[in-house]
Design a protein around this ligand. Structure first.
Ligand code: PEP
Ligand code: MN
Length: 288
């Protein structure tokens, strides 16, 4: 990578040889159960922040699938700010994800927070999510780098894009090149939204790396009213996919209810996204 664009103090050690677009000019397409991420089609991943019950997950999965989502999200191990908040259903939640995957055919993405959980989560999930808080958990990056399944690596909320690319490099350096990047908002001085969704990251990352880039407008804004606008903006700016929180009853959600879309909001958004995708010569992936 061009070290002239590196602003980190240890910039002499900047080396992103594997993730760099200069080294590999063809874009990487990550394939998950037939769904291709990073190609001409935009992939929508949606579902609840966290798995709460079989009913909540099945109903929400049915809703997102009928709207046109092709990957189901749902956290079983949850990184919560307070130790007293709901921490996720852990393996029981993963079992529910597997059941709902079998019933709907939707592959699932779920977070892994610790090296000790990798084997368990990898037994159930089709994509392992590394959360924002763990973007620079180097032993965890190495552990998932040893896996054969795709990794969704979220940007650290206080990480520069250079640090982010180096985190991805850790995974590729271990032999796993199926990495999906995800801009999810960064900490700034602006507090009218939960985070500041850095849409600059999309074109900048696309200039620097061959890896697919998706956007999470739910955490990026923290407010369901802003999610449709920022989802459309992300697709217009070249995102390869979206990660969107949807809940069958957001008012009762155990985690991130205020940023979770109602079922009707989601189906309307999917209709609008098809038009935006078309305007930038893309389409929303739909297996039917
Ligand atoms: C999530 O996707 O539920 C999540 C915890 O995201 P982040 O790591 O971006 O906060
Ligand atoms: Mn969440």
């Amino acid at each position: 990578m061009d070290s002239g664009t590196c602003h980190t103090p240890d910039c002499k050690s900047s080396d992103t040889r594997l993730v760099s677009l200069e080294t590999k000019p063809e874009r990487t397409i990550v394939e998950v159960n037939g769904v291709k991420i990073g190609g001409s089609e935009v992939v929508v991943m949606a579902g609840p922040c966290t798995v709460e019950s079989l009913e909540q997950l099945s109903e929400t999965a049915r809703i997102v699938k009928s709207g046109g989502a092709t990957i189901l999200r749902g956290g079983a191990f949850k990184p919560r700010t307070s130790p007293y908040s709901f921490q996720g259903l852990k393996e029981e939640g993963l079992e529910m994800l597997a059941k709902v995957k079998a019933a709907t055919g939707l592959p699932v993405v779920s977070e892994v927070m610790d090296t000790r959980q990798v084997e368990t989560v990898a037994r159930y999930a089709d994509i392992l999510q590394i959360g924002s808080r763990n973007m620079q958990n180097f032993p965890l990056l190495e552990e998932v780098g040893n896996c054969k399944i795709p990794i969704l690596l979220k940007r650290g909320m206080m990480a520069t894009l250079d640090e982010y690319l180096h985190a991805a490099e850790y995974i590729l350096a271990r032999g796993n090149s199926s990495v999906i990047l995800c801009e999810r908002g960064i900490r700034t001085f602006e507090f009218s939204t939960r985070y500041t969704l850095d849409l600059n990251a999309i074109p900048v990352l696309k200039q620097k790396t061959h890896l697919p880039v998706i956007v999470d407008p739910s955490h990026g804004t923290g407010s369901r009213d802003l999610v449709p606008t920022m989802s459309k903006a992300a697709v217009a700016a070249g995102a390869d996919g979206l990660l969107i929180e949807v809940h069958y009853h957001p008012e009762n959600a155990l985690c991130d209810g205020p940023q979770s879309l109602f079922p009707d909001d989601f189906s309307q958004l999917m209709k609008d996204l098809r038009k935006v995708a078309e305007s930038v010569d893309r389409s929303i992936y739909n297996p039917e």
